[in-house]
Design a protein around this ligand. Sequence first.
Ligand code: ADP
Length: 489
Amino acid sequence: MKKSKPLKILFASSEVAPFAKTGGLADVSGSLPSALASLGHQVVVVMPLYRSVMEGPYELKSIEGALEIPYRGRVLKDKAFYSELEPNLSVCFIRKNEFFDRSMLYRTPEGDYFDNADRFIYFSRGILNLSKLISFKPDIIHCNDWQTSLVPSYLKSLYMYDAFFESARTILTIHNLAYQGIFPAEYMAVSGLPAEFYSLNGFEFYGQMNFLKGGIVFADVITTVSEKYSLEIQTPEFGYGLEGILKGRSSDVHGVLNGVDYREWNPETDPHIITNYNEKDLSGKKRCKKDLIKDFKLKGSEKAPLIGIISRLASQKGFDILAEAVDTLMELGFLIVLLGTGDEIYEKQFAEIGKKHKGRFGVKIAFDNALAHKIEAGADMFLMPSRYEPCGLNQMYSLKYGTIPVVRATGGLDDTINEFDPKTGNGNGFKFAKYSSQALIKEMKRALEVYRSPELWLKLVKVCMREDFSWERSARRYEKIYQGSLAKK
Ligand code: ADP
């Protein structure tokens, strides 16, 4: 395919797999830069130097010189580090131990860290100064979520006349609009941004400073992680108060579906599962199911339909309707395994449900990447009853593992999954529209009916395993968006 002019892309993210991860943002930040590098672009990813990076098996090299970052009236100096991943791709790490040498990224189960605003103001200033320190003059600065949302406004104020950034365009990707980074108005002064940026068409949001809102106002382009979600967020139901400001910029808002990193999520090569398998020989999938049943100490028959769930335990993910549906799903003969961490209320509720249905509903409250892979491989179906879902990755991982997604029709789930029609053989999963336990149960019954017809099920499994959601297509869309914003100059 035709190669376009190579760009210098500075990709800023607060989490990047495998270095640090709480959710999908890390997966995207771990694989999109690599896909862009494969298209010939030069990519530098910037993230904080968390404890998990320092304690991990990574070889970090020290960047020459000191990184200077203005913060609360002083200029702080510290070392920065890098790791070269591929010829055109490296990751840089900004160190400030008092901010980032912690056990978690943003919060403990008791709540958010009290100084998150300081931590990410510091990080955002650091991103720009680091690119100068390493003499990486970016064409594109790609920011992600509220943690890096101040960068576009810095470029339009403190760095406005800095020749180093004169040709840089900014893009902000929203991975989840519900997390906006809202802090007391006093943080405007801490950020060093001009006071006039604290306005209705700036950072001000009901008397507070909203980082993401500032990003949306000042970025040259805004993207979100599926077409459907890009439209949903412009409505009051999904806009979390920012629908007006997004609608005002709708010609600059694009939806680009996330891709799957098949180097990481592929049953043929997955090192975490007991037996590898592919579409031509599915006997390995049976062994994976057996292994999963053993892991969770389930007692049902190996023939029983096994549902997998891997998720942050947050209200977004549909756990209230799932909790209501559990007894009926158990009566219908399903086995369920759930892996998740998050809100205490759901952690407790599902630990109880696990006790009540011991041997049929396995619950593990943990963040466990290897187990996540085993669930993808061992389950028959994968359930995502989300209230809203910007993109969702596990439904796409599930397809590759021949694990049939059952999803609610919202955001990226709606864009990627089509209802299976037993008559025509079209479709790649099961999808329900109404956010209710009844609708969920009805859809699970539909899936069960197909499951009970092994030939039909096998056909569906094979269709799913052949689907391709690799990053290349999405990376090309980002490339177009980058070029479009540079052309607008
Ligand atoms: P979100 O970013 O809203 O959490 P996504 O579907 O975009 O949801 O991405 C979730 C990612 O995090 C997937 O890679 C999923 O496998 C992983 N994940 C979520 N919870 C866990 C967990 N408890 N253990 C391991 N991996 C998890």
